[in-house]
Design a protein around this ligand. Structure first.
Ligand SMILES: Nc1ncnc2c1ncn2[C@@H]1O[C@H](COP(=O)(O)OP(=O)(O)OP(=O)(O)O)[C@@H](O)[C@H]1O
Length: 315
């Protein structure tokens, strides 16, 4: 069976390559989560899949056809895109926006036929947006606005939907709502969903596959397997807010590791990479090449580290 999206030996970028040697695929009914640091090439990859960027090498096949051989309209029949930074058209209602999804099927000026109207009513219902059908977009909550943009993608009726950061700017409850909506679309309507996210820790619970851009390569596979085989993904350093803080090695279950990281990051503007903390259920081991002791509380660990750093500064 051929994969709906197939990428072979692909290099993407501009004058210089950003990511090379990409070999991967996704099938209808799957949810793929695209992650990677800022500026690493996520949007560039999305644009390449949409045929908007010249490929530096290799190929992208959509339903067996090379992307370069499809014209704009043929691509729109296969792929709908939801950009999170989309401009909100002034004076548009929710129904107007969703109706725009039908545009690709008509010439410049069009009027919706009865079947289209029925379909849009059905999309509004499915997205729980019926009560807002005549509301201006500018009056919607962020969560409902995001749903309206997804509604436009659904009206386009393409089997593949790509979303750039669909959960950014949403509160936790709306994030979960959008993520389950995306998963339901894949599972109940056999859509292929590929979305990028900075909230990937949450998003991974809803994704079948992870596509992770790192060191100019794409690491891809079943979400859980990618995380298991790349310990740095489960290291909390990915949530580093404090530029001059470098965490010690923390050997502990995920939650304890995350909490210890969070506590140290708030309390130290320092490089702690010389130290290692090991969780032993009832206490924590703290050691470096010259030191070893154990502690029961976070505060004891903080005091010990402060003392050790002080001593080191004097020496
Ligand atoms: N049209 C362009 N010409 C040249 N370089 C570009 C162009 N567009 C983007 N870049 C550069 O390519 C790199 C990757 O950008 P891209 O937008 O793909 O990253 P990203 O992973 O989506 O980042 P973010 O998470 O911040 O959105 C950046 O260094 C960016 O400056």
């Amino acid at each position: 069976m051929s994969k709906f999206l197939e990428i072979k030996q692909l290099t993407i970028g501009y004058s210089n390559p950003l990511v090379s040697g990409i070999d991967s695929s996704l099938e209808l009914g799957e949810v793929g989560l695209l992650i990677g640091n800022n500026g690493i090439g996520k949007t560039t990859l999305i644009k390449s899949i949409l045929g908007q960027n010249k490929l530096l090498n290799g190929e992208i096949l959509i339903n067996g056809k090379a992307i370069q051989e499809l014209d704009e309209n043929q691509i729109a029949q296969q792929i709908a895109i939801v950009f999170s930074k989309a401009e909100i058209p002034d004076n548009y209602t929710v129904t107007d926006l969703i109706s725009l999804g039908k545009y690709i099927h008509y010439p410049y000026y069009f009027q919706l036929n009865e079947a289209d109207k029925k379909e849009i009513t059905e999309i509004l219902r499915k997205l729980n947006l019926s009560e807002f059908e005549n509301k201006k977009l500018t009056e919607l909550s962020d969560g409902n606005l995001q749903k309206a943009f997804i509604g436009r993608a659904l009206a386009q009726n393409s089997p593949f939907i790509i979303l750039d950061e669909p959960t950014t700017h949403l509160d936790e409850e709306n994030k979960l709502m959008i993520l389950s909506l995306l998963r339901n679309l894949a599972k109940n309507e056999n859509k292929l969903i590929l979305f990028s996210s900075h909230d990937w820790r949450l998003a991974k619970e809803f994704a079948d596959k992870i596509w992770w851009i790192k060191d100019q390569k794409l690491i891809s596979g079943i979400a859980e397997e990618v995380i298991l085989s790349h310990p740095e993904l489960s290291q909390p350093t990915i949530l580093n807010f404090n530029q001059s803080f470098f965490p010690p090695m923390i050997d502990a279950p995920e939650l304890e590791k995350e909490m210890m990281f969070s506590y140290l990051q708030k309390n130290f503007d320092k490089d702690l990479r010389k130290f290692k903390l090991t969780f032993k259920n009832d206490f924590w081991d703290l050691n470096s090449d010259k030191f070893y002791d154990n502690y029961h509380t976070f505060q004891e660990i903080k005091q010990a580290l402060e003392k050790l750093l002080d001593t080191r500064d004097i020496n």
